[in-house]
Design a protein around this ligand. Structure first.
Ligand SMILES: [Zn+2]
Length: 441
């Protein structure tokens, strides 16, 4: 009898291994089979429709379920035939696009690989419904709010927005067991007080202010831990926990209160990696969550990996720092022009734009910039720095000419950059002349 029992458990363990994929395997599958082919921030509603056409051709159900204010179609994709109801929605904030592309890739791979054991397991265990791009008007304008200027994620109780009403209706009609609320956070969000970017942040959302732990919250702590462990294979040190302050009007909090405990996934940015890499990280996280739910592996997962994540931090990181620059202010209102000097650090921050648009960089600190660190830091101690067309001041564009200090330059002439060509030019966040002249720190 004991042998039979052992054999039984050995068989289970073996079959679980057969149908369980390592995170690296998910990443490989994404590399090979992803269909999202433009940067998420450049995906418009019309591009989403093309993606959905592709999905429908594979035989996946993708239906229009509602309209935005501007009558743009909002879609829901459905896949799987198992009893566990999994609901996911992305881009309720129009300028938070990463997960929309990741969802398209997820459904494509689920369908293409539906004959494989690891996908069959998911198919038999759950039914997944997902709304990619809940806020298509906001996505079109690349802004957080909808066309009414309302933050849909503060509309869970008022329900003044058609998008918010639709989201609530889709939940109430189906009563899913778990929800994934998919967002983007600022590129300068950090892991705790370190200068490391939080490329991905998770939050297990409770259903009340007291953070009462339900069965679903406990399960979500384990699922979030599984996702944390998976992503640590790729971006260790760049994963954080989102602040779990109770927001009474937010959808995540209310979904949890209404009976659909939510996991929030916030995608940030990672220096040196493009948006597609973060689509892949989303994809790996999604599949890890689905697999852990489908195989039941989550039931034995420790909650520690999630609970010990540092919380999101802010205020310690900027995009660019130019250290110990000699900053020139030239006042051409006087004759002759008057020139004043100051020395110190310059901190500058890149504004969020679609990948296809040039992103302005704005000066956000001058002189003593405290403990702030730059994703890119330069030693400007050997240079005079002049603004290209305005003033070097907080709030102005970071558009600079760099002159080596040893050069003799007559700063009072009107066309100084013509008579004295600069050694390096920094414009729109890159070196348009003299790359490498100002040394990296
Ligand atoms: Zn958001």
């Amino acid at each position: 009898m004991r042998h039979i029992v052992l054999l039984f458990f050995a068989t289970i363990a073996f079959s679980m291994n057969l149908s369980a994929q390592a995170p690296e395997k998910f990443a490989e599958v994404w590399d090979k089979d992803h269909v999202s082919n433009i940067f998420p921030s450049d995906v418009r509603h019309v591009d989403l429709k093309k993606y959905l056409d592709g999905i429908k051709k594979l035989g996946i159900k993708a239906e229009q379920v509602g309209f935005s204010n501007a009558n743009r179609e909002i879609y829901q994709i459905e896949w799987g035939r198992g009893p566990l109801k999994v609901f996911m929605w992305s881009q309720m904030h129009g300028d938070e696009p990463t997960a929309t592309s990741a969802l398209i890739d997820m459904f494509t791979v689920l369908q293409k690989h539906r004959d494989k054991d690891w996908v069959k397991k998911i198919n038999e265990a759950m039914t997944i419904r997902a709304v990619p791009m809940l806020n298509p008007d906001g996505a079109e304008m690349y802004q957080r709010r909808n066309l009414q200027g309302i933050d849909i994620n503060r509309d869970a109780l008022d329900l003044k927005t058609p998008e918010g009403r639709l989201l609530k209706q889709l939940r109430d009609d189906w009563n899913p067991a778990i929800g994934f609320n998919l967002h983007n956070q600022g590129a300068l969000t950090t892991v705790g007080r370190t200068p490391k970017q939080a490329a991905i942040s998770f939050l297990v959302v409770y259903g009340d202010e007291q953070k009462t732990r339900s069965f679903g919250n406990e399960r979500n702590l384990r699922v979030a831990s599984a996702m944390t462990l998976a992503l640590q294979k790729f971006i260790p040190g760049n994963i954080a926990r989102y602040s779990d302050e109770w927001t009474p009007t937010a959808f995540g909090d209310n979904f949890s209160a209404w009976g659909t405990p939510v996991i929030l996934i916030e995608t940030g940015a990672l220096y040196g990696k493009d948006e597609m890499y973060l689509v892949k990280m989303n994809f790996v996280a999604f599949f890890t969550a689905l697999q852990s739910l489908a195989t039941g592996n989550e039931s034995t997962q420790s909650t520690e990996p999630y609970l010990t994540l540092p919380e999101n931090g802010s205020g310690t990181l900027v995009n660019f720092v130019f250290r110990r620059a000699n900053i020139l202010s030239i006042d051409r209102a006087t004759v002759p022009a008057s020139v004043s000097f100051s020395s110190g650090d310059i901190a500058a921050v890149t504004e969020r734009r679609r990948a296809g648009f040039a992103a302005p960089v704005v000066i956000r600190g001058l002189g003593d910039i405290g403990a702030r660190r730059g994703l890119e830091e330069y030693d400007a101690s050997g240079f005079n720095v002049v603004h290209r067309f305005g003033r070097v001041a907080s709030g102005e564009l970071a558009e600079f000419y760099f002159y080596k200090k040893e050069r003799g330059v007559n700063w009072t002439v009107a066309d100084v950059e013509k008579q004295f060509p600069p050694d390096a030019v920094f414009s729109l966040g890159s070196w348009t002349k003299g790359y490498g002249v100002v040394p990296r720190r």
